[in-house]
Structure formats: C-alpha cells, structure tokens
Design a protein around this ligand. Structure first.
Ligand code: PMP
Length: 277
C-alpha cells in the first residue's frame, strides 16, 4: 500500500525520511494513533485536536492537511474499507544539520501517515483479563504532550512483556498514574476512578469516551489519584486506549484483583463502547 508523506502518496517501500530527521535524532515530534472500525475512523476530530495541541505545546506549526481525506484514502487504498485498522500519524520538526535548537524558520516539518490492518486485541485477554506489573514512572513532567519520546514507556512495556504481562502501570510518588500506553482505572467503593487530567497523564480519547459512558450508565465517576496502596481493595481494574479499548486487569505484580476475573463494571463499559463504535 501507500503512505502519506509530506503531502504525497508514496508506495510504502519507496517512502524515505532524511537521515537527519529530528524525529529520528531527537524524538522531536508528535503523533497520534486513530482506530478504524470497518473502514471508518473513530473520534478522528478529537485525535486531530489533540495532535494540534501537542504540536502547539512543542512550538511546532502543523501544516494544513486534509486529514479526513488522507485517512480515507489510506484506508480505502490499503484495501481496509471493511476492516479494522489503525492509522498512525507523526509530525516531526523536519530535518537539518544536527543541533538541539530549532532548525531555521521555514524548515518544513516531516508529516507521515500510514494505515495498517489491526484485527484487535487477542480475545483471550478480553475473556480472562490481562496481567499488569507496576513500574516507576520515569517520564518527564509533560506527559500530556503526545510526543514520540517514548523510551520510558518502551522500557516499562518491555519489562511487562518479559514478565508475561500485558501492561506496566506507571507509579509516581505512590500513585498509579497511567499505563505505559493506556489510561488506568480502578473501581473503588463502587465508583469508577481515574487519574485527573494534567501534566502527568496523556488525556486519552478513550478515557474521555469511557468516562462519558460510565456517567451514562449511572456509575459514580471520580477523577482523583489512585494510590498503589489502594489497589488491593479495588473490586476491578482496567486500562483504556485506542487499540485496547477497555481492557480488564486481573492481576498486578502477581496479586489477583478482586475475584481475579474480569468484573461487571469493565464488562458493561466495554459493551457500551462496542455499541458506540
Ligand atoms: N496514555 C499513554 C501514555 C498512551 O500512550 C496512550 C495511548 N496512546 C493512552 C494513555 C491512551 O490514549 P488514547 O485513548 O487516546 O489512545
């Protein structure tokens, strides 16, 4: 198939990014991942608004792109019109001789988008729930920016995978902040609890959708820090993301959560989410 690169559609194998691209040299860029359900993007407007915000926060001016048209062409051109897929979008601060400070004004950003078929998370995770580990949150103080600097996330996720787990819950000052690539929720005293928006979390598109669904379903919703010391008394834990949707977490560091099975709150939220998409 083709990818979208700097305003043009290029065969995947022929797409080239300069060796001094700042995304490669410095992780100097921002990104989005959009889920495609049966050929149609879910919450594209919200993802684009977040891309715009991330770019603004790193003082990167986004070029005008008809993203709806790009997503549509990549999905259709990739033979994904009736499939589930993801579209990855990245914008870096362009390329130039390596220097930390910004390149000269007028340097065009590098703009990439590509679609890939994504059949979804393994059904056994859905049915039996997934394991998680806790891991120190080693990231910077602007986790609200969706930047391509993902080394702490990558290392935490790898640790989870090596432990046979699905996700690493990042912990800062005794608080379970979010997953390495997901937002983190607990059911505590019957309420659906998740960390408030702010510089320490990425404001997930799925998080916002799920909070809305939780309110619609009549759950009490609390946006407050979740202490690791409270995880043991949570009746349920789950994570949300564009690709994982609502994923029940049934053990943390080997300790079962509640009954050790996916619980009714996560199940009802996932069901409502699937109706929506
Ligand atoms: N937090 C982090 C650190 C993430 O990487 C992601 C997924 N990109 C999320 C939360 C979930 O965000 P979303 O629901 O928008 O995919």
């Amino acid at each position: 198939g083709e990818v979208f690169l700097n305003g043009q559609y290029v065969p995947y194998a022929e797409a080239r990014i300069p060796v001094e691209d700042r995304g490669f040299l410095f992780g100097d860029g921002v990104y989005e991942v959009v889920k495609i359900y049966r050929g149609r993007p879910f919450r594209l407007r919200e993802h684009l608004a977040r891309l715009q915000r991330s770019a603004r926060e790193i003082l990167l001016e986004l070029p005008d792109v008809d993203w709806e048209g790009v997503v549509d062409r990549l999905v259709r051109g990739g033979g994904l019109a009736d499939r589930d897929a993801t579209v990855y979008i990245e914008v870096s601060r362009g390329s130039g001789p390596r220097a930390h400070h910004f390149p000269p004004a007028g340097t065009p950003p590098t703009v990439l988008a590509l679609a890939r078929e994504f059949p979804g998370v393994p059904p056994e995770y859905r049915e039996r729930g997934a394991a998680a580990i806790t891991h120190p949150d080693l990231r910077w103080a602007r986790c609200d920016i969706k930047s391509v600097n993902l080394l702490p996330n990558v290392l935490a996720k790898e640790k989870a995978v090596r432990a046979g787990a699905y996700e690493a819950i990042l912990v800062r000052d005794g608080v379970a902040i979010e997953g390495s690539s997901s937002n983190f929720f607990a059911v505590l005293d019957g309420a659906v609890v998740t960390h408030p928006e702010g510089p320490h979390i990425l404001s997930g598109i799925t998080r916002a959708v799920v909070l809305g669904l939780a309110r619609d379903l009549g759950y009490r919703v609390v946006e407050a820090p979740i202490r690791v010391s409270d995880l043991g008394r949570a009746s349920e834990l789950f994570v949300t993301s564009t690709t994982a949707e609502v994923m029940p977490i049934v053990s943390v560091d080997g300790n079962p959560v509640g009954a050790g099975r996916p619980g009714p709150v996560a199940a009802s939220l996932l069901e409502a989410f699937m109706r929506l998409v």
